[in-house]
Design a protein around this ligand. Structure first.
Ligand code: ZN
Ligand code: MN
Length: 257
């Protein structure tokens, strides 16, 4: 038998044993969203799953199948819904999918859950999904499920940001398909990155508001919001290590592992 951390690769019998032992479960949240000409549309899903697996190996946890569709891409953080390929869920659908998954994990006996988000736009609707699940579980008399929720990039150490962006950090929203995500993918899935396709466009400049209908001309043609030039597997490993170390520490502390 393999020592996989992926829940769906286990038989239900093996899984049931792990649940009985009080295993901590990770639920990665991704998206199917354009990530420029050089990265796959699965980038948010693969990074959240990869970090979840890294942390699960550290703390003896399991990783549930990734939620591969996310809430609608927004122009100022993911390029928006105007790109071919970007495939998104309504807010209520997304929250309801989460509610259903969490309810069933609780039914299995999972009491320690980490919802690990890799797509900016999922943030508030993941909170809603957790809230709906907790309300339903209360009706069922399940009050002892503890849920941690996080955006992995909040675990980037300031020292790492200085090392990656000596000229100043453009901010996480503009990091769409840029240095951080490209570096992470070069570390986790180099075979899915095409460095010959790096776009050569300046960073997007957005006003501090949204407009509807959206203005596709606000978004660089490539879909990349700031230049990914300088991305490397080494930088990806720096980031990945920050996330695994930082999130593992938080999980250990919150779940008393
Ligand atoms: Zn992304
Ligand atoms: Mn995204």
């Amino acid at each position: 038998m393999s020592d996989t951390v992926f829940m769906a690769d286990l038989s239900w019998k093996t899984y049931a044993e792990r649940v009985k032992q009080g295993v901590v479960m990770f639920l990665p949240l991704g998206a199917t969203e354009q990530h420029g000409p050089h990265l796959p549309m699965s980038t948010d899903a693969l990074t959240s799953a990869g970090i979840s697996a890294g942390v699960a190996r550290e703390v003896g946890g399991l990783v549930a199948p990734t939620v591969n569709f996310g809430y609608k891409s927004q122009p100022r953080m993911g390029g928006g819904q105007d790109f071919v390929g970007t495939t998104s869920l309504d807010a209520t659908t997304f929250a309801t999918v989460l509610r259903d998954i969490i309810r069933d994990l609780a039914r299995h006996g999972i009491r320690k859950l980490v919802v690990l988000n890799g797509h900016y736009e999922n943030m508030m609707f993941s909170i809603e999904g957790i809230d709906l699940a907790r309300r339903e579980l209360r009706y069922d008399g399940i009050e002892d499920m503890k849920i941690m929720r996080l955006e992995y990039w909040d675990f980037t150490r300031p020292e790492t940001l200085v090392e990656l962006f000596p000229e100043g950090f453009p901010g996480y929203a503009l990091e769409h398909a840029a240095v951080m995500e490209t570096s992470m993918m070069l570390h986790l899935h180099p075979e899915l990155v095409d460095m010959s396709q790096l776009p050569d466009e300046p960073a997007a400049e957005f006003p501090p508001y949204d407009i509807y209908p959206t203005r596709p001309e606000w978004v660089p043609c490539s879909g990349v919001l700031s230049p990914p030039k300088g991305a490397s597997a080494e930088k990806g490993k720096l980031l990945f290590d920050d996330y695994v170390v930082g999130i593992s520490a938080a999980v250990r502390q919150e779940f008393g592992l």
